[in-house]
Ligand binder design. Structure first.
Ligand code: SF4
Length: 426
């Protein structure tokens, strides 16, 4: 979602006549699109802002903006006001579309402009957008979250759940198809509750059926799917609709029922494993990925063993693994039974070992198979090689004599590592 919003900022800036600078030193306008999900990312932003004080002194016309969900945290905005007076504009997550007017205000008034709504408003439609990729696009279908997992800051900074109208989503998908996009990824903090805030009743699986009818769109992906809300109708839609990719990202977070309860996740280990079994039984060849957190407050060795047990049993294709990070303002941050850093790191390492072995094993199973790959064009690091993804979201690097960028082509897989596959065109 953060990347999708960065594309919106870029689109608006281009329409205003801005062009990309080669580096920060040569820029006249610098915007930090922040993320507050983890502490590290926040610290980096403040590091960058501090480093820019000198540049601002040398180039007083330089405009510095900070946007994104960090700016929805009142204490962060206070920090900027007190310690980073060289920041010219601050934009909240509900104010993205107000970037042009905020820049204008800053240029016409000699003071910093803070533009942050603290409550959710209407969803602005039709914003210009500069896609990073010609054949793939993000498509946000909803904003906010109502779940309040006890470690997570997102509902506090992104507000309550709001779904976009079906007609607006379909219009955007048609526009993207006309613009050459073959693959869309639907975005929402919890796509399984899509439609709940709309007057016209529709659920996420119905949205998938509707989007499947858009000519030109050949692949549909989505994230993220909360296990507590996943429905049989979604699994059936995935199994029936050819355009919906056979890849399910199903965040586990923890394997212990006690920890899941304290995280406010509303499912158990057993229920999670049942969903996995059902999905695999209905969707042959399904790739499963997940998010796992270690070191949640009060997590014991036995709790962690339950997480490892799920990771071993499911054998995820890929897992985004995290060490719990204290987020001020969340219930988990107030707990006194925080896990020592060394313990968290040790568990994280043990989880990585299990997961890396599973990722490699899953990828090795592809060797010798022929896969349909959306050719995304030349690799950024090697212009002799093309790169693309399978239906199951595996990265494939391959040589191709013909220029088939933007097409879904057949590639025979010849080798595999934990992160990607190698292949040759058929
Ligand atoms: S579902 Fe939970 S983890 Fe995901 S955004 Fe909402 S509160 Fe955060």
């Amino acid at each position: 979602m953060n990347e999708n919003e960065a594309e919106k900022y870029t689109g608006m800036l281009e329409m205003m006549g801005f062009v990309p600078a080669v580096d920060m030193e040569n820029a006249d306008f610098i915007l930090f699109n922040t993320c507050c999900v983890r502490e590290n990312a926040e610290l980096k932003v403040f590091g960058h802002l501090g480093a820019l004080k000198g540049l601002k002194r040398e180039k007083p016309w330089l405009l510095i903006a900070v946007a994104g969900c960090m700016m929805q945290e009142p204490h962060m905005v206070e920090d900027i006001k007190k310690k980073h007076k060289h920041v010219d504009l601050v934009l909240g997550t509900q104010n993205i579309h107000e970037l042009p007017q905020t820049i204008y205000e800053r240029l016409t008034r000699e003071k910093s402009i803070i533009n942050v709504y603290d409550t959710e408003r209407y969803i602005p439609e039709g914003m210009p957008l500069k896609r990073e990729h010609p054949y793939k696009a993000w498509l946000s279908i909803m904003y906010g979250c109502n779940n309040f997992c006890s470690y997570c800051i997102v509902p506090h900074v992104r507000g309550r759940e709001r779904s976009r109208e079906l007609s607006d989503i379909l219009d955007e998908a048609r526009y993207l198809a006309e613009d050459g996009v073959k693959e869309i990824t639907l975005l929402g903090q919890n796509v399984n509750s899509y439609g709940k805030t709309l007057e016209e009743k529709i659920d996420f699986s119905e949205l998938l059926y509707a989007l499947s009818k858009v000519d030109g769109i050949q692949r549909i992906r989505f994230m993220t799917s909360h296990p507590k809300d996943i429905s049989n109708s979604l699994i059936m839609a995935m199994s029936e609709l050819d355009k919906v990719c056979k890849h399910l990202h199903l965040p586990l977070q923890a394997g212990s029922d006690k920890v899941l309860k304290e995280m406010n996740r509303h499912y158990t280990k057993q229920r999670y494993l049942e969903i996995v079994d059902f999905a695999r039984s209905k969707i042959p060849g399904l790739a499963l990925t997940t998010d796992i957190m270690v070191g949640f407050p009060g997590e014991t060795e036995q709790d962690f063993a339950e997480t490892l047990d799920v990771a071993k049993r499911v054998e995820y294709d890929l897992a985004y693994t995290f060490i719990y990070s204290i987020r001020k303002g969340t219930p988990a941050a107030e707990r006194e039974d925080q896990i020592p850093e060394e313990e968290k790191k040790s568990r994280f390492q043990r989880l990585l070992e299990v997961q890396d072995a599973a990722s490699l094993k899953k990828n090795m199973e592809y060797i010798g198979k022929t896969e349909f790959v959306l050719n995304e064009g030349k690799s950024k690091t090697n212009s002799d090689i093309n790169t693309g993804r399978t239906d199951t979201n595996k990265i494939v690097n391959f040589k191709s004599k013909e220029d088939t960028a933007g097409q879904i082509i057949k590639v025979r897989i010849t080798d595999a590592g934990a992160w990607s596959l190698e292949g040759e065109t058929v």
